[in-house]
Design a protein around this ligand. Structure first.
Ligand SMILES: Nc1ncnc2c1ncn2[C@@H]1O[C@H](COP(=O)(O)OP(=O)(O)OP(=O)(O)O)[C@@H](O)[C@H]1O
Ligand SMILES: [Mg+2]
Length: 364
């Protein structure tokens, strides 16, 4: 079992511990034995315990006293305790146990199936709670890095607007302000200069806005938008990037799927530029077998093994966002050793998406 939980069995008689062990072995969890309350507390403090199997009658401290001590600790408020009692338990005894947050009872002679079933339920509950905790933690981490990424993106856009567009427009204004002071013949030259500066500014607006959302994506589809992006990427980054699209008359897909694939390629290539030190990269987009397959390959320094396995803490917003987009379409994202370099591979089923709500549009 990949994600075993710990089950702590507490009884002063070694023979009984062995028999619990025999009954519970087939659950495939980690079984820990304790012969006394003290030993049990030691284990509890050191390990994450899912279920405690507790003998009610032990010589030094009885099961109820031990349960009280365990429950006093906030960490163990919710730990499941299964009392095992050889004597007949009245309802009052049971209530006493429940007040302490105990979760269940088993009476002796133990029915193996019953013990196994109860422990299995608690173990499963603990496993699910633990997984939920990990997911929650990851979600919190991601949402704060999403916010940080959003801020970073805003700063970048602000800088672009200020440094490129702002400069062109300030220069245009300076020249325009001087026009009344100029001689008649230099006025024409100044006007032409202003016009050229405004042309440059318009160019900047176009490229900033197109990178934020390429209009080609809506108008002409994924194929044209990716070709445009890859061409621009090669110029901006200096990483010689080729694109291969099969079939060449690639059909239109659902708009949200086209946007997702575009953003995935954009992020993968941004990563190539930022992290890989590659000289060359290639993008391939293939449709067939009711699925679309996108790969981005580079010849750079390769990706670390933990990142390739999406180990939490090693991936940023980029890969997490890619994975999330792919998941939303029921697809799969894999990172592989490109030997050399890195291979990012995305497979997304398209049959249902296209048939349900977005009938295929004629190829562009
Ligand atoms: N093509 C690549 N070549 C080498 N390493 C890569 C490549 N792509 C990703 N990586 C590694 O994977 C890590 C995680 O990538 P990810 O895109 O998730 O985050 P990031 O690029 O560091 O930051 P951001 O959140 O801004 O995207 C990178 O920091 C980098 O170490
Ligand atoms: Mg990135």
């Amino acid at each position: 079992m990949p994600d075993k939980v710990n089950i702590l069995m507490v009884d002063d008689q070694p023979g009984k511990l062995l028999s619990y062990e025999a009954v519970l072995a087939e659950l495939g969890e980690n079984l820990i034995k304790a012969l006394s309350g003290k030993e049990a507390l030691d284990h509890l403090l050191k390990t994450d315990i899912a279920v405690i199997l507790l003998d009610v009658s032990m010589p030094e401290i009885d099961g109820f006293q031990l349960a009280d001590m365990i429950r006093e600790h906030p960490r163990f408020h919710d730990t499941a305790i299964l009392f095992i009692s050889a004597v007949y338990m009245t309802d009052v005894d049971r209530a006493k146990g429940y007040e302490r947050g105990a979760v269940d009872y088993i009476s002796v002679p133990i029915i193996p199936e019953l013990l196994r079933a109860k422990v299995r339920v608690f173990a499963e509950l603990h496993r699910k709670t633990r997984q939920l905790g990990i997911l929650n933690h990851e979600l919190r981490r991601l949402s704060s890095s999403m916010i940080a990424a959003q801020d970073k993106e805003r700063r970048r856009i602000a800088r672009d607007l200020h440094d490129s567009l702002g400069q062109e427009l300030s220069a245009a204004k300076m020249v325009a302000d001087m026009i009344p002071l100029r001689s008649a013949e230099s006025k024409d030259r100044a006007a032409a200069e202003v016009s050229t500066l405004i042309d440059h500014a318009l160019q900047q607006v176009r490229s900033i806005s197109h990178l934020l959302h390429p209009p080609l994506l809506d108008e002409a589809g994924l194929r044209s938008a990716l070709q445009w992006y890859v061409e621009g990427f090669t110029k901006r980054s200096g990483v010689e990037t080729a694109i291969d699209i099969v079939p060449p008359d690639f059909p239109r897909l659902a708009p949200e799927l086209e946007t997702a694939v575009f953003r995935i390629v954009q992020e993968a290539l941004t990563n190539v530029f930022r992290h890989s030190k590659a000289l060359k990269a290639s993008v391939s987009l293939v449709i067939g077998n009711s699925q679309v397959c996108v790969t981005v390959r580079d010849d750079g320094r390769g990706i670390a093994d933990p990142t390739m396995k999406f180990r939490p803490g090693t991936i940023g917003v980029g890969l997490a966002g890619m994975r999330q987009r792919v998941k939303e379409f029921g697809g799969e994202l894999q990172l592989r050793d490109g030997n050399p370099g890195t291979l990012v591979e995305v497979v997304i089923p398209i049959g249902s998406v296209r048939e349900q709500s977005f009938p295929a549009i004629a190829p562009t």
